[in-house]
Design a protein around this ligand. Structure first.
Ligand SMILES: [Zn+2]
Ligand SMILES: [Zn+2]
Length: 339
């Protein structure tokens, strides 16, 4: 059976489970591990059956729970190389220091460790040579490893020499990293993935077409507009998940600072209701049984505005009446759509 479950969608966290055959993929891990597991169970998905995590881009609302979730489940994470690097940079301390200072700090730590191994071990967490300045969210996760109690016990408790570094020692450590490239299809178990480039202000952002058991599911959020290559990809789909981020007037009149408004509105920002509707009424071929509007802004949009814009676009074309329109939500899962 093929199933598509949006666990969360929006600027506070994005995550979707795509299941096909014996394979289950988590697309982005934008919620804490605990919340991801909670929502998966709510939606009837077993977190321990996930085979891999696939990352669309490195923005926080897509990777917030990535390290913890991958470690808890011991599963590989698929990135483009540029996204992986950007993600690692995000987690790595930004403190500037000279090589001499760094060397001195390392020496000091080593000496402390020799003198007082117990104390030094805890201090090293905030030491100059460690990765102690990771983002607050990651620190929170690091402090709460019991968040995902129901997961199979991970190797963190393994006392053997091959034990991975703790989250505080190295927040960028993952059980396994696999690279893919936009434009080059690849396979995870029973699911084919076709990543394509999207215009967004991240290192190497992608959308996907997932295909399992002959069912094709398109996935495109976090894009400033719908360029020809994306229009090309989002055809012959059984399911289309498309960003409908903001209402233009609400954004213009809303509370965001001008610079943020400009960013959202830009060609590498987010797709407005009007832009999504324009795609649905023109380039979209109307084939999908389900159209899911996603990544709705809580500040600059209303579900009804997004729905009405999309409905108008779809109703404008008689052949599209069969499309079922759904809205993905930030605070609760959109229960499994099965084929
Ligand atoms: Zn983004
Ligand atoms: Zn996003």
């Amino acid at each position: 059976m093929v199933r598509f479950t949006v666990l969360a969608s929006g600027s506070k966290g994005n995550s979707t489970v795509v299941s096909g055959g014996r394979t289950r993929i988590l697309v982005d891990a934008g919620l804490s591990c605990r919340e991801l597991f909670r929502r998966m169970k709510l939606a009837g998905e077993d977190p321990t059956t996930l085979n891999a995590i696939v990352v669309t881009h490195e923005h926080q609302d897509h990777v917030n729970g990535l390290s913890v979730t991958a470690r808890k489940l011991g599963i590989p994470v698929y990135f483009t190389e540029a996204t992986h690097r950007a993600w690692m940079r995000w987690l790595t301390p930004r403190r500037q220091m000279t090589y001499a200072q760094w060397l001195e700090a390392c020496r000091k730590q080593a000496a402390e460790r020799e003198a007082e191994p117990e104390i030094a071990a805890s201090e090293a967490v905030n030491g100059e040579c460690g990765s102690g300045e990771a983002e607050a969210e990651v620190q929170l996760e690091a402090n709460g490893p019991a968040e995902c109690d129901s997961a199979p016990s991970d190797t963190a408790s393994d006392p053997g020499p091959a034990a991975p570094p703790s989250l505080k020692e190295d927040p960028t450590w993952l059980p396994a990293v696999e690279y893919f490239q936009a434009g080059e299809a690849f396979v995870i178990g029973d699911i084919d993935l076709n990543p394509f480039t999207i215009p967004h202000d991240a290192a190497d952002p992608v959308g996907f077409v997932f295909c399992a058991e002959g069912v094709r599911m398109g996935f495109a959020t976090d894009l400033g507009y719908v360029p020809p290559n994306v229009r090309e990809q989002l055809r012959n789909l059984d399911l289309l998940l498309l960003e409908s981020n903001h209402d233009l007037e609400m954004l213009r009149d809303g509370p965001y600072p001008w610079s943020v408004k400009q960013r959202v509105l830009s060609r590498v920002g987010h797709l407005s209701n009007d832009a999504a509707a324009e795609f649905l009424s023109s380039a979209y071929d109307g084939q999908a049984a389900y159209v899911i509007l996603a990544h709705l802004s809580e500040n600059n949009n209303l579900p009804e505005l997004a729905r009405v814009a999309a409905e108008r676009a779809l109703l404008g074309r008689a052949s599209l009446l069969a499309n079922r329109l759904l809205l993905a939500e930030q605070h609760q899962p959109l229960f499994g759509i099965s084929f």
